[in-house]
Design a binder for this molecule. Structure first.
Ligand SMILES: Nc1nc2c(c(=O)[nH]1)N(C=O)[C@@H](CNc1ccc(C(=O)N[C@@H](CCC(=O)O)C(=O)O)cc1)CN2
Ligand SMILES: Nc1nc2c(ncn2[C@@H]2O[C@H](COP(=O)(O)OP(=O)(O)OP(=O)(O)O)[C@@H](O)[C@H]2O)c(=O)[nH]1
Ligand SMILES: [K+]
Length: 461
């Protein structure tokens, strides 16, 4: 392992004007470095004498220049986030002030931290395992309440505990087989395969359950890709505005990767939706029909959810029939819009044409029926999954891959038993499963992977 005793520093808060800014220093010389620039009103006081988890009023100096009035917090290793001696300087949250203090800290013996380096140290020092460290970044990046709750649960070790228990059980069986093979006179393997089979079934089930949660987990962390389809003037933009308006404060506009799609991100009942407007479909009328159709089809193909908006005040036409074809085998909700006008299309008619999709009457203009839409979306994606207290959600592709491989190995053990393979053969696959699960919590993972994971963190984390 690399040397983790040098002292690092970074601004831990955002580099923009705010009430308070925090400069974080961690490492074996953290307290010494801080003492070089911090002066209390009491002449004889220094942070080196301070008890852990205490906070002290004073000034930060660059030489004889007073930089700012601050509060300095001391946390002594191993009782800190990084498990090292840590000082946090709470200064006024001006960009220049924070920069000057950080520079001064660095001139006095710390070096600039890399992104994620504090958390990396927490991991390398055994304060948290890799899945917990990964949860830290997920908490910061979570875009919906559900995603946040799931990340916090992982941070507190829910996934780690499950993985560790599985590994323990697997390791016990490996050890048993090996000691039996070593000492056949005293430990018998008669009937053991049957017993092992009985133990494997619930483990396989557990892994399958975790893997099933990954589908929801992905939607949860990345947002549900929602495409709104409908012929021109059906009310797509109006609907989008109503949905976006619900949570105006946290709306962000993300220019899509493709030139012609604009993605709006909204939060709805704790779920994050990335809503994509299909501008292309408009072209079916006045430009080359094929382009419009194929763009709509492409958008629809990538969607987790399609919202099909029908103008209920006009009879269905060719455009509608085309869209109905597109959504046939997809997760879709049909909105019968303009319910404030006289209706020329009925819910029943649409339900039949779409092969039994949920049809909801709404008015984007009067903002009625939107509640039902939200309820329906929640039902489609989170039915029976709303309680995350004991439900672990896999949101990380790395974890998913490891679980898949562990599952494959355990299935090989089951096949091995069915094929009456010798016991030492079974231990090879058991060991593989054990190792794969270990990578989730960071056992025996390559330094490169560790570095890559932490490099995606923010500065100062
Ligand atoms: N100012 C500040 N706020 C923060 C953090 C921080 O490092 N500094 N955190 C991180 O970025 C998070 C909190 N995480 C932390 C985790 C452990 C310890 C800590 O001192 N643990 C000791 C003592 C625990 C106790 O007294 O029970 C320990 O584990 O021994 C501190 C913060 C969020 N807020
Ligand atoms: N009466 C009524 N009019 C509506 C409703 N929703 C939308 N409209 C009107 O229908 C027209 C088209 O609405 P838009 O939201 O622009 O429709 P669109 O589907 O985005 O249209 P394009 O961008 O052309 O594809 C506008 O004049 C809206 O005011 C509704 O619920 N009731
Ligand atoms: K429009």
């Amino acid at each position: 392992m690399e040397n983790v005793t040098d002292t690092i520093a970074a601004v831990a808060t955002a580099m923009s004007s705010s009430g308070i800014g925090i400069i974080r220093i961690s490492g074996s010389e953290a307290i010494e470095v801080a003492d070089r620039i911090f002066r209390s009103r009491r002449e004889d006081f220094c942070l080196a004498d301070a008890k852990t988890h205490t906070i002290h009023y004073g000034m930060v100096y660059d030489g004889e220049e007073a930089l700012d009035e601050v509060l300095a917090m001391v946390m002594r290793g191993p009782h800190s986030y990084t498990a090292e001696d840590t000082v946090e300087i709470n200064c006024h949250g001006g960009v220049l002030v924070m920069k000057r203090i950080l520079e001064t800290v660095i001139r006095n013996g710390a070096r600039p931290a890399e992104p994620g380096e504090f958390t990396k140290r927490a991991f390398l020092n055994g304060r948290m395992d890799l899945s917990q460290a990964e949860a830290v970044i997920d908490v910061i990046n979570s875009r919906s309440e559900y995603a946040m709750r799931s990340s916090v649960s992982q941070l507190s070790g829910s996934l780690s505990r499950k993985v560790k228990k599985l590994r323990e059980d697997i390791l016990y069986q490996i050890a048993f087989i090996e000691s039996a093979l070593d000492d056949p006179e005293h430990i018998s393997l008669d009937g053991y395969e049957e017993k092992l089979n009985g133990l494997l079934a619930p483990m396989v089930e557990e892994l399958e359950k975790l893997l099933r949660s990954a589908d929801n987990g992905k939607l949860l962390s990345e947002g549900i890709k929602t495409v709104i389809l409908g012929k021109p003037n059906a009310g797509k933009s109006s609907l989008m505005n109503v949905l976006v308006g619900e949570e105006r404060a946290i709306v962000t506009d993300i220019a899509g990767t493709t030139r012609d799609t604009l993605e709006e991100q909204i939060r709805l009942r704790g779920i994050s939706l990335n809503i994509i407007d299909t501008a292309g479909i408009r072209e079916t009328e006045d430009r080359v029909e094929q382009i419009g159709v194929s763009r709509a089809r492409a958008a629809a193909n990538e969607a987790d959810l399609i919202i099909y908006v029908v103008d209920g005040s006009r009879p269905l036409d060719e455009n509608d029939r085309m869209i109905i074809e597109l959504i046939r085998d997809r997760k879709a909700i049909v909105l019968l819009n303009k319910s404030d006008l006289e209706m020329r299309v009925s819910e029943e008619e649409l339900a039949e044409l779409t092969g039994g999709k949920t049809v909801l009457s709404v008015s984007a203009r009067e903002e009625t029926g939107i509640d039902c839409l939200e309820q329906e979306i929640e039902k489609l994606f989170y039915e029976g999954n709303l309680d995350f207290n004991d439900e672990i959600l896999i949101t990380n592709v790395r974890h998913k891959t490891a679980l898949e491989q562990a599952l494959a190995s355990l299935r090989m053990v089951q096949t091995g038993i069915a094929d009456q393979m010798p016991e030492d053969f079974l231990t090879i696959d058991l060991m593989d499963a054990y190792r794969q699960l270990g990578t989730i919590i960071g056992e025996a993972v390559e330094d490169d992977l560790v570095n890559e994971i932490f490099s995606k963190f923010c500065m100062g984390k």
